[in-house]
Design a protein around this ligand. Structure first.
Ligand code: SAM
Length: 373
C-alpha cells in the first residue's frame, strides 16, 4: 500500500503527526476483514482502520442543497452551494459506490444530503446501486418533501427503505424550525413511503430544549399509530451557524424520561450490533423507540461508517476535519484499484472517537447538510 499516495491525512488540528507515515504503514499486512475474490486484484480487502474497525456502511451525499432550513443543520441564508462542476455526476457516484461494494466490502448504502430527492437522477443512482452484487441494502434519508410523488419510482428502482426526518407535528412549529411551511408534504411523503413498501419507515427526530421537546410524546404516539419506527437523535455540533451548546442539547436520558411519563419502556434485548440507536420496547412491544445518543453515549468503538460527499471527498468520520479527495483522482483517470486504495488509506486514519468531549474539539468546517447525515 502506497502511503505517499493521496488523501490529505492529518489529525483534527490539520497537522500531520510526526512519524505518521510509519504509523499508517502496517508492519505486517492488515488482515482482510472480508476476503473477497476479486479477480486480478490480489490483496484487496475491506476498509479497516488502525483500531480494527471495518467500515461496511456507506453514506453518500447526493447534494448539499436542501429545501428546508432546519435551524440545527443549516443557516437560513448565506450558505454557498457547491458549484455544479465540483459535484460528482450520476455516473461518478455509481462508479464509486460500485467500487465500495465490489472491492471494499460495503454492504449498506444510504443516500442522503442535503436533500437527496432534489437530485434529478436519484432513481437511476438507486437502480445502479441495487443492481450491484453482492446486493447491498440501499436506503434513503430524506425530509420527504416530494416523496409522495417519487416513492413509487424509488421502490421500482429497488430502494429497500426510507428514513424521514420530522421534528414536530405542529404546523407552526414546523415552519419555525425549518423556515418553510411544508408539514403537510412531509406527512404525505411518509404515507406514500409506507404504501410503496419502503419499510420499515423510520422517523428521525432532533429535539431542542424549549423549542420542540414537547413534541416527543406526540411524535411517538403518531409513529405507533402509523407503524413508523421513531428514533431520537441527540443534537450534535454540526450546525451551519456553529452555535451548538451542550447545555441546550436534550440528552438521551431526558428523552427517555419524557417518554416514560406516558409509556412503559423496557430495553430491547435484541443485539444492537453496530446500530447507532439503543432501542426500547414501547408498552411491552413489539413497537420500539430508539435513541441515538451520539454525544452522551457515543458508539465510536463500533462505528462501521464511511462517507462520500457530493463533491467526491471521503470522510472517515462525521466529525473529521480532513477529507480525502477521490474526485480529482477519478477525473484524472485513476483505475478502480487506485481509487479503492485511496479509500483504504483514508480509512486507516480514522480516529478512535469523535472527540466532542476533548477540550481541543473543533467543529468540522462543513455543516451536516454538506457532509451528509
Ligand atoms: N435532508 C435529509 C433529511 O432531512 O433527512 C437528509 C439530510 S439531513 C442532514 C440527515 C439527518 O441529519 C436528519 O435526520 C437531520 O435531522 C440530522 N441532523 C442534521 N443536523 C443535525 C445535528 N446538528 N445534530 C443531529 N442531527 C442532525
Amino acid at each position: 500500500m502506497r502511503v505517499s499516495a493521496p488523501g490529505r491525512l492529518h489529525d483534527r488540528r490539520g497537522v500531520v503527526p510526526a512519524g505518521y507515515i510509519r504509523q499508517v504503514t502496517p508492519a505486517v499486512p492488515l488482515p482482510d476483514p472480508q476476503p473477497r475474490a476479486v479477480p486480478g486484484s490480489p490483496g484487496t480487502g475491506g476498509l479497516v482502520d488502525r483500531h480494527g474497525r471495518v467500515a461496511t456502511d456507506l453514506r453518500v451525499s447526493l447534494t448539499d442543497r436542501c429545501n428546508l432550513r432546519c435551524t440545527y443543520c443549516m443557516p437560513e441564508e448565506g450558505l454557498a452551494w457547491l458549484p455544479k462542476v465540483e459535484q460528482l455526476t450520476d455516473d461518478e457516484v455509481a462508479r464509486l459506490v460500485r467500487i465500495g461494494v465490489e472491492q471494499l466490502g460495503i454492504r449498506e448504502v444510504r443516500f442522503t444530503g442535503g436533500e437527496p430527492l432534489l437530485r434529478p437522477g436519484l432513481p437511476g443512482i438507486v437502480a445502479a446501486a441495487t443492481a450491484l452484487r453482492p446486493r447491498p441494502e440501499v436506503s434513503l434519508t430524506t425530509n420527504a418533501i416530494g416523496l409522495a410523488r417519487m416513492a413509487p419510482a424509488l421502490a421500482a428502482a429497488g430502494l429497500d427503505r426510507i428514513n424521514v426526518s420530522l421534528d414536530t407535528l405542529d404546523r407552526e412549529r414546523f415552519r419555525q424550525l425549518t423556515h418553510r411551511d411544508r408539514l403537510p408534504d412531509v406527512l404525505a411523503g411518509l404515507a406514500a413511503a409506507q404504501d410503496a413498501g419502503l419499510t420499515p419507515v423510520k422517523v428521525n427526530t432532533v429535539l431542542m430544549r424549549g423549542i420542540n421537546d414537547v413534541d416527543a410524546v406526540p411524535l411517538l404516539d403518531f409513529c405507533l399509530e402509523h407503524g413508523y419506527q421513531l428514533r431520537f437523535i441527540e443534537q450534535m455540533p454540526l450546525d451551519g451557524g456553529h452555535t451548538w451548546n451542550r447545555d441546550r442539547m436534550v440528552t438521551g436520558e431526558e428523552i427517555l424520561e419524557r417518554l416514560s411519563a406516558t409509556h412503559t419502556l423496557t430495553p430491547d434485548t435484541e443485539a444492537r450490533g453496530s446500530a447507532p440507536a439503543e432501542r426500547w420496547l414501547v408498552d411491552g412491544g413489539p413497537a420500539t423507540v430508539g435513541v441515538i445518543a451520539s454525544v452522551t453515549r457515543s458508539f465510536c468503538g463500533s462505528c462501521d461508517r464511511t462517507r462520500l460527499t457530493a463533491d467526491g471527498q471521503i470522510r472517515n468520520c462525521l466529525f473529521a476535519r480532513e477529507e480525502s479527495d477521490l474526485r480529482t483522482a477519478l477525473r484524472e483517470g485513476a483505475s478502480d484499484q487506485e481509487l479503492a486504495d485511496r479509500w483504504r488509506i483514508a480509512t486507516l486514519g480514522k480516529l478512535p472517537g469523535h472527540g466532542i468531549d476533548d477540550p481541543s474539539f473543533l467543529q468540522p468546517a462543513r455543516p451536516m447538510s454538506a457532509i451528509g447525515g
